[in-house]
Design a binder for this molecule. Structure first.
Ligand SMILES: C[S@@+](CC[C@H](N)C(=O)[O-])C[C@H]1O[C@@H](n2cnc3c(N)ncnc32)[C@H](O)[C@@H]1O
Length: 259
């Protein structure tokens, strides 16, 4: 099979298939959070690092007003084209989630699958949280999902999954190449085997994520008094089953409220 070195984010169609297929669990959980953790009617939603907008399109179709930003112009073009195709305004913009402003505030923002960890410095992470806080109404919430590095117990080393839509099929594999807790960097390898009726190829990608132990994340939040932590969940997305963070915690979702 032909192998291409590249970034999955530059292939929005394949990205969207891989990450878009199980949108419903996230969508339902986010709506549960809006209902449980806000006193306001949630109408306006913002997604920093929205990528292809796999969730934004679903929220637009459910009647919300949506917008987002992302560094990758190909993902933004894909996101806006789909919004327009479905008669919605093309409200995603190319932008950096560590440094942005919005013209009208939002009721809620979300960032569910580790995108936040692409920010490679503490300064950037603080900047991001402050920008999100500035983009929310008072009482608005930010739903932030990320993978914490456990300090007790074995971390997850690799994951594989597959997705199919019509004649397009992608098999993905992701593994940790290097975890440098001093430099706060996790280097990941990924392969995506892509099968279409006309071609088959392997895309080989590398990604870097900043690492956070529970303590480091808590220390980061202390630098952003604009937010208070309301509750924490895990990736089982059980609205009636919030979790308590400890040294073994890994996939978690923080619910932050703008003061
Ligand atoms: C795992 S994808 C998630 C996309 C989308 N949130 C989703 O749930 O499908 C991570 C995204 O973060 C974007 N990204 C990375 N660094 C960024 C930054 N500093 N500002 C904005 N977007 C960024 C990438 O381009 C990519 O689209």
């Amino acid at each position: 099979m032909e192998t291409i070195q590249g970034h999955l984010y530059d292939y929005p169609k394949y990205y969207d298939l891989i990450f878009g297929s199980d949108w419903k669990a996230e969508f339902d959980f986010l709506e549960d959070i809006f209902e449980k953790h806000t006193n306001r009617v949630v109408e306006r939603l913002f997604e920093p690092a929205c990528g292809t907008g796999r969730l934004l399109i679903k929220f637009a179709q459910a009647g919300y007003t949506v917008a987002g930003n992302d560094l990758n112009p190909k993902a933004i073009a894909y996101c806006n084209a789909r919004l327009e195709r479905n008669q919605y305004a093309p409200t995603a913009v190319v932008g950096d989630m560590t440094d942005f402003t919005v013209t009208k505030k939002f009721d809620a923002a979300f960032n569910t699958i580790n995108s936040f960890r692409h920010i490679d410095s503490e300064k950037g992470a603080v900047g991001h949280l402050k920008c999100v806080a500035d983009s929310l109404y008072k009482g608005g919430i930010y739903i932030l999902g990320l993978h914490l590095t456990p300090t007790v117990g074995p971390p997850i080393q690799s994951e594989s999954w597959s997705a199919q839509k019509g004649a397009l099929c992608v098999n993905s594999h992701m593994w940790s190449i290097d975890l440098d807790l001093k430099k706060r960097n996790e280097h990941l390898g990924m392969t995506f085997d892509i099968y279409t009726p006309k071609k088959q190829f392997r895309l080989e990608d590398r990604m870097d994520y900043r690492t956070y132990t529970a303590k480091q994340f808590s220390s980061l939040l202390n630098k952003v008094p604009e937010f208070e932590t309301l509750e924490i969940y895990d990736f089982s997305y059980e609205i009636d089953d919030p979790v308590t963070i400890n040294e073994t915690s890994e996939d978690v979702v923080y619910i932050l409220r703008k003061r």
